[in-house]
Design a protein around this ligand. Structure first.
Ligand SMILES: NC(=O)c1ccc[n+]([C@@H]2O[C@H](COP(=O)([O-])OP(=O)(O)OC[C@H]3O[C@@H](n4cnc5c(N)ncnc54)[C@H](OP(=O)(O)O)[C@@H]3O)[C@@H](O)[C@H]2O)c1
Length: 400
């Protein structure tokens, strides 16, 4: 089983039809790694260099003093009737491991955030929070299985019972099934990757939008984690199978895989492609949210590529040789590796840094670990496709 890899190329490369590329030298990326006997098992990787996380420039003293006294969920009002700063409330899906857990830790340890860890495995999430030293007053675990729309609705009800405002929502959880030969399905019968990564989050974000509208927090944000693998304007995004939503005929037919296709474009099932397609949906959804709601609500909608976090559970279903070689390959050969801790700080930055409030942006980090607004691929920035995806998705999740 040969390991194919890696040519050093700039990150902002655009692949043109004639095979030529135009490269800017803002960031460096490596091409993918793949196992030769399993084309669908290829996964791309990217060079990200580390740098210290820029901490929020907020009046920490004032916020800490506040959190020591009363319930952080409730706005404090001075005798003059002026609101004082309060702890932010952030929901992070998939906070039981990997990027979500690292982000939960990065936000919680500032003392300025209460993190609602929205996880399908309650005990795992509790243990993870404890082992990461997240202190009790800074987090709550709530059950959420994104592969069940009933569970999403139940989660929203349970969140409302907490009586907390919602200031930031981070849609982070994902499944990736690169070696699956057959599709598996969510409770409602949607192909699992798109059903979980896109449709579950779509319903969640739509149901929680009113809560965010009502929040009086100084900077409200809705973040949907994207990926370079869905962006075919990069070399990594050109590693087969490439993301392609086609004319959305499979999605419109319900992704049920019975008499219709389980793939968004109506094609044959491919687990790696289904994941990449779901990430395109995530990035399109963020932009459609921005177009529909940013002006009216002031909420900043954003997506990001956190870097190649080669050690996370995302690769758990990959073949053993890939899992063995992928992290050292990223660390020592491509140097494209980014640690879970560093990636968590990046996502925490998008959630909370006062300099990243712009809406409609897909954030990435350059070799100096400085954030920049990245270009999405043609498909991942197709406004008409985003509109149709929105309309079909709201029918599938029962909102229209
Ligand atoms: N790793 C990378 O190189 C990379 C690169 C670009 C983007 N990303 C993105 O980063 C995000 C986090 O991935 P990761 O690398 O941190 O992987 P991970 O460690 O596997 O984390 C995924 C999380 O999603 C949760 N999850 C899966 N299915 C769920 C469901 N049905 N309901 C609720 N939660 C569910 C998992 O819960 P359990 O703990 O119960 O399994 C886990 O907490 C994903 O959106 C991924 O696309 C990752």
């Amino acid at each position: 089983m040969a390991l194919q890899a890696a040519s050093l190329l700039p990150h902002s490369i655009s692949i043109r039809k004639n095979g030529k590329s135009n490269a800017s030298l803002r960031e460096t990326t490596f091409s993918g790694i793949s196992t030769s006997n399993h084309p669908a098992g290829e996964f791309s990787n990217y060079l990200i260099r580390s740098k210290e996380f820029r901490r929020r420039e907020l009046p920490l003293g004032a916020i800490r003093a506040q959190t020591a006294t009363v319930d952080p969920a409730i706005d404090q009002t001075t005798t003059e009737g002026k609101k004082t700063a309060r702890k932010g409330n952030v929901i992070i899906t998939g906070a039981s491991s990997g990027l979500g857990l690292a982000t939960a830790k990065a936000l919680a340890e500032t003392g300025e955030w209460h993190v609602i860890m929205a996880c399908r495995n309650f005990l795992k999430a509790e243990r993870a929070a404890k082992s990461f030293g997240i202190t009790k007053e800074n987090y709550t675990v709530l059950h959420l299985d994104l592969a069940s729309l009933d569970s999403v609705r139940q989660f929203v009800d349970n969140f409302h019972r907490l009586g907390r405002p919602l200031d930031v929502l981070v849609c982070n959880a994902a499944v990736y099934q690169p070696t699956a030969k057959e599709p598996s399905f969510t409770a409602e019968g949607f192909e699992l990757s798109v059903g979980t990564n896109h449709l579950g989050h779509f319903l969640l974000a739509r149901l929680l939008l009113d809560d965010m509208k009502q929040s009086d927090y100084q900077s409200k944000r809705l973040i949907i984690v994207g990926s370079i693998t869905g962006n075919t304007n990069t070399l990594a995004g050109n590693v087969p199978p490439k993301a392609n939503l086609g004319d959305l005929r499979g999605l419109a037919a319900g992704l049920a895989g019975l008499n219709s296709s389980s793939m968004i474009d109506g094609g044959e099932f491919d687990g790696a492609k289904a994941y990449k397609d779901s990430k395109v949906c995530n990035m399109l959804t963020m932009q459609e949210f921005h177009r529909r709601y940013h002006e009216e609500t002031g909420i900043a909608f954003a997506s990001l590529y956190p870097g190649c976090i080669a050690t996370t559970g995302l690769f758990r279903e990959h073949i053993p040789l890939f899992r063995l070689l992928f992290p050292p390959f990223q660390k020592y050969i491509t140097k494209g590796y980014v640690s879970e801790e560093e990636a968590g700080k990046r996502l925490a930055q998008v959630a909370s840094d006062p300099s990243l409030t712009k809406s409609g942006v897909y954030w990435s980090w350059n070799k100096n670990s400085a954030s920049f607004e990245n270009q999405l691929s043609k498909e991942a920035s197709d406004a008409e496709k985003a509109r149709r995806l929105w309309e079909i998705s709201e029918k599938l999740v029962g909102l229209a």
